[in-house]
Design a protein around this ligand. Structure first.
Ligand code: GDP
Length: 196
């Protein structure tokens, strides 16, 4: 069965987004240990699953060896299910993400949003960056272009958006998530075509 995995730091709006996507409350894991039990659920009317992969986003304050164990779990899950995973949604806070990336770019901090993005690419899962909280962003184009640069994508950001795209600016809190749905629709279409 087709599957979409969700990753992202704490407080970026993952729960809010899941609620909008699925129409019901879902518990996204607030603690690192929850990684062991991915949440599967359907997104009507299409039949596929969203799997929340907590862990990566909740590492601060977690001991180093436990951190590594959690990370290993997530990596293993994605690698084992890579064939059915049609996209990996990396949720970021559009207002804060560029500053956070820049602030941590020379520290040994796990995880980086950039690291997560690269990880998805490494395991051949198409990344879709759900750039959330766009209602708080004034300089929309500038911010999104900066984010693209940090992720190694050539600006302008618009060329990475749309069906099957990589960049999806959204405001989950207001239910404005169409760019993400559009991106995902393209990835599902691609996955179906590859099956034939
Ligand atoms: P999670 O920790 O990633 O699951 O994040 P939550 O879904 O719990 O959201 C964290 C906070 O961000 C909450 O206060 C949400 O109301 C807020 N939030 C979520 N989406 C948006 C958005 O699109 N815009 C704004 N301004 N706030 C949001």
């Amino acid at each position: 069965d087709a599957e979409v995995v969700l990753v992202g730091r704490s407080n970026v709006g993952k729960s809010t987004l899941m609620r909008e996507l699925t129409g019901h409350d879902v518990s996204t894991g607030k603690k690192p240990g929850v990684t062991r039990k991915p949440n599967h659920f359907d997104w009507a009317p299409q039949s596929f699953m969203f799997t929340d992969l907590p862990g990566f986003g909740f590492m601060s304050g977690v001991e180093e060896d436990k951190r590594e164990a959690i990370k290993t779990d997530v990596v293993r899950y994605v690698e084992e299910n890579a064939d059915s995973i049609v996209a990996g949604v990396l949720v970021v806070d559009g207002k804060a993400v560029v500053d956070i990336i820049d602030r941590h770019s020379d520290e040994d901090e796990i995880p980086h949003d950039v690291e997560l993005f690269q990880f998805l690419q490494d395991v051949d899962v198409a990344p879709v960056v759900a750039v959330n909280k766009m209602d708080k962003v004034d300089d929309r184009d500038e911010r999104l272009n900066e984010l693209c640069e940090r992720l190694g994508l050539y600006p302008p950001w618009q060329q990475w958006s749309g069906e099957g795209g990589t960049i999806a600016p959204i405001t989950a809190k207001k239910g404005s998530i169409e760019p993400l749905k559009e991106a995902l629709r393209g990835h599902f279409r691609e996955a179906k075509r590859d099956d034939l």
